[in-house]
Design a protein around this ligand. Structure first.
Ligand code: FES
Ligand SMILES: [Fe+2]
Length: 354
């Protein structure tokens, strides 16, 4: 784990997003030898991995003539602007002005607080200038769990972050959107009993589908004998969701047992708003093959990526339609309960932040 704990993020009042929390800024594997430009919660930010391995984040704006620092280069000591060569350290302090002895006192850029852990880079967004994190970033065990292997990626969405929450909290859409991978019979999905609970900022949605036909991804990854008992357990927090899905041979054991066997997919879904209308969707999928591990992992990851592309098409089209028909009434149905609870939590957190 690398940290830079002595920096604080600039914030703004009346945020349309819940503040005083960690949001995912990047997957560790994205930070290689080049800086990344990324807008998070309306803040243009440059993220980079320094030569000593430390991940740093600064406002993406040189204090000289405002070229985005993300157009610069990573060097010994920090990040060098790609226009006139000012060099900044990981805290945004200017270390060098080429051709000039004295570095002006005001030569600095705003740093952001980042912590890298579990192959993830989290960034703190406080509600006040100088606010200090009152909690550690969420930890995630399945990136280093002995029974699991994983990979993941990132999608940029032309849609607001809450439409992605809605999608993930309502997996009844699998039977209509994802028939080629993790779908299955639409009626089984729509008729599955759904248990929804809210506690504080967390919503859990659990669905069990006994005696189901295994969908293509499950068959590709696990030697099921025939019908399966499936589970979907979703845990929503405002900055991320953890989704545990899988299947066991039908009637072979209790589908709710904590140490159940069978085929497992553990998804981490971190949805970080870019703006009010666009989002970054970071995801990883961990699975538990016992044999042929690399091959099965690749299949599960590829099919998950394919599945999430299907969601992207639907959600971006939905967003366009919602913009066109803005203000038109929408109805609720039974599958919306979890998503509606999550929306209530975000609404109340935004009211608290403002
Ligand atoms: S704009 Fe960065 S050094 Fe001039
Ligand atoms: Fe989906």
């Amino acid at each position: 784990m690398t940290t830079c704990t002595d920096t604080l993020v600039a914030t703004k009042a009346n945020s349309p997003f819940p503040l005083d929390r960690w949001y995912l800024a990047a997957l560790s594997k994205e930070l290689t030898d080049k800086p990344i430009a990324r807008t998070l919660l309306n803040h243009p930010i440059v993220l980079y991995r320094a030569l000593d391995g430390q991940v740093n984040a600064l406002q993406d704006r040189c204090c000289h003539r405002q070229l985005p620092l993300s157009m610069g280069t990573i060097e010994e000591g920090g990040l060098r602007c790609g226009y006139h060569g000012l060099l900044f350290d990981g805290q945004g302090k200017c270390l060098e002005v080429p051709g000039q002895q004295k570095v002006p006192r005001k030569a600095k850029v705003e740093p952001y607080l980042v912590i890298e852990q579990d192959d993830l880079v989290w960034m703190w967004f406080g509600s006040e200038q100088g606010s200090t994190p009152d909690k550690a970033p969420p930890s995630y065990a399945y990136h280093a769990h002995p029974d699991y292997v994983y990979d993941g990626g990132m999608f940029h969405y032309e849609a607001p972050y809450q439409l992605i929450h809605d999608n993930l909290l309502d997996l009844s859409h699998l039977g209509y959107v994802h028939l080629k991978t993790i779908g299955g019979d639409a009626k089984t999905h729509m008729n599955a009993e759904m248990l929804v609970e809210t506690e504080g900022e967390t919503v859990t949605v659990k669905r069990y589908m006994p005696n189901s036909t295994p969908p293509p991804t499950y068959i590709a990854a696990y030697p099921f004998k025939g019908k399966i008992d499936r589970w979907q357990e979703i845990e929503f927090c405002p900055s991320h969701l953890r989704i545990w899905t899988g299947g066991i041979d039908a009637n072979s054991e209790q589908v709710t047992a904590p140490n159940r066997g069978g085929f497992h997919m553990r998804g981490l879904h971190c949805i970080t708003p870019e703006t009010e209308e666009t989002s970054h969707y970071f995801w990883t999928i961990a699975t538990n093959p016992k044999t042929d591990i690399e091959n099965i992992k690749q299949k599960v990851v590829e099919q998950t990526r394919f599945t999430f592309n299907e969601d992207k098409v639907v959600i971006e089209a939905q967003h366009k339609s919602m913009q066109h028909f803005k203000g038109q009434p929408m109805i609720d149905i039974h599958v919306d309960t979890g998503a509606n609870h999550a929306r209530k939590i975000i609404k109340s957190l935004c009211e608290t932040s403002s």
